[in-house]
Write a new protein. Structure first.
Length: 130
């Protein structure tokens, strides 16, 4: 934020965001919120993995469901070569990331008590979630 034109884009429902995540992969993330009927937060990822992702929140029963859709391509040759033999490891890593993200979001929505317990549990187990 803070570049020339950001205020104008924000007034039209667009903004640039920076996200910080622990990763061994190099790259960056740029997000732009589109305040349309679809109400999707879209992000463009560049680096070892490139592509787009989008979050939307939709009604579901008596509550809501957050949906993440991604279209990514591995640009680093090593990642492409390891894709098939390491697929179980990549899937396990993805599962852990989404599980911990779900747990963190739920804790945040529940008002923070659960977040404190999750951090304490992670601290005791030697892992870390944010």
């Amino acid at each position: 934020m803070g570049r020339a034109g950001d205020d104008q884009r924000a007034a039209h429902g667009h903004a640039t965001a920076r996200a910080k995540a622990r990763s061994t992969q190099r790259g960056g993330f740029t997000g732009a919120f589109e305040d349309t009927e679809s109400r999707v937060l879209r992000g463009v990822v560049g680096g070892d993995l490139e592509g787009v992702s989008g979050w939307s929140v939709r009604p579901h029963g008596t509550g809501s469901r957050a949906v993440l859709e991604q279209d990514m391509v591995a640009r680093k040759a090593l990642i492409r070569r390891l894709e098939v033999p390491f697929r179980p490891l990549f899937r396990a890593n993805h599962y852990l990331l989404t599980y911990r993200g779900h747990r963190g979001l739920k804790a945040w929505l529940d008002g923070g008590q659960e977040a404190h317990r999750a951090r304490e549990e992670d601290r005791r187990s030697g892992t870390r979630s944010e």
